[in-house]
Ligand binder design. Structure first.
Ligand SMILES: C[S@@+](CC[C@H](N)C(=O)[O-])C[C@H]1O[C@@H](n2cnc3c(N)ncnc32)[C@H](O)[C@@H]1O
Length: 274
């Protein structure tokens, strides 16, 4: 069967449901794109009407499981090793290493880590400084499928698609063959993988407080009000004096935040001051 009919009324109720469950925002201009993805997922789940599929998701006791599968089909899991590396290097040199030197055990959270290349890059940077076992790393995403890839520790060649060549130390931690990139077991062991929805304030509070939260290239998928809610959740999970990192193309200043924007070594970090 081809694509299922997707009216503007269906667009309205589905986009509201998706925003409510995962925060992801679709503009009216993205109706075709959403219709294609929903259609494919609904057909795969055995539905031949998107309205029936909607009622199932919203009201059936089994709907929650299918919502997770739908979210997996909708999220953009774009990520790769060494992405926006200077921001991570500066944070480790200027925030994490001094805290270890002062006898603390800093906690770092890579929130919305997709298939895990970001926390694994953080783990490599720490290992290079001999700090890996003196720091706690938690990594999470909403996507069950992305987390399964992260836990497996084996990636495709596109996981190295950064514009810049990989740093010299990469070879110590990654085994690269033409069709795959495997991560050393030592790095994998250092990361605690969790499923966390950034909209879920209680779930986030249960993780405890962090010295550094890395939440990059995800706020762009949210409506401003949702992004503000998520920033509030993340700010609450930062210890006083802790830092939040967002993607280089994202800015919290436009949204308004109680965190203080600081420039360090040419990169921007947001600090919880009180
Ligand atoms: C483009 S990736 C960014 C990955 C990584 N942070 C990076 O910068 O390379 C965005 C990730 O956000 C996740 N995401 C989207 N909505 C989410 C939510 N409500 N809670 C947690 N993760 C979410 C997606 O599953 C996806 O893996």
């Amino acid at each position: 069967m081809g694509r299922l009919p997707f009216s503007s009324q269906l667009f309205a109720i589905f986009s509201a449901l998706i925003a409510e469950k995962a925060g992801i925002h679709y503009d009216a201009g993205e109706r075709e794109l959403l219709g294609d993805k929903l259609s494919a997922r609904a057909l795969e789940a055995g539905f031949d009407s998107l309205l029936d599929y909607y009622y199932y998701l919203r009201y059936d006791p089994e709907g929650a499981v299918e919502i997770d599968a739908l979210i997996d089909a909708l999220v953009v899991g774009e990520t790769y090793f060494f992405r926006e590396l200077p921001q991570l290097e500066v944070t480790i040199a200027e925030v994490v290493a001094p805290r270890v030197a002062a006898g603390q055990r800093p906690r770092i959270w890579s929130a919305a880590c997709a298939s895990g290349e970001e926390p694994l890059t953080i783990a490599m940077l720490l290992a290079e400084r001999g700090l890996l076992d003196r720091v706690e790393i938690v990594a999470s995403d909403i996507s069950v499928r992305a987390l399964a890839r992260a836990r497996a520790g084996v990636f495709g060649p596109r996981s190295l698609r950064s514009n810049a060549p990989p740093p010299a130390f990469a070879g110590r931690w990654l085994t690269v063959t033409p069709d795959r990139v495997a991560v050393s077991a030592e790095l994998q062991r250092a990361i605690t993988w969790r499923r966390v929805n950034l909209l879920d304030a209680a779930g986030i509070a249960s993780l405890g407080q962090f010295d550094v939260i890395v939440c990059r290239n995800v706020l762009i998928y949210f409506h401003d009000n949702t992004a503000r809610w998520v920033i509030g959740n993340l700010s609450g999970a930062l210890a006083v004096g802790g830092f939040l990192l967002v993607g280089v193309s994202e800015s919290l200043l436009r949204l308004g935040t109680a965190l203080a924007c600081e420039e360090r070594g040419g990169v921007f970090l947001y600090r919880r001051t009180a």
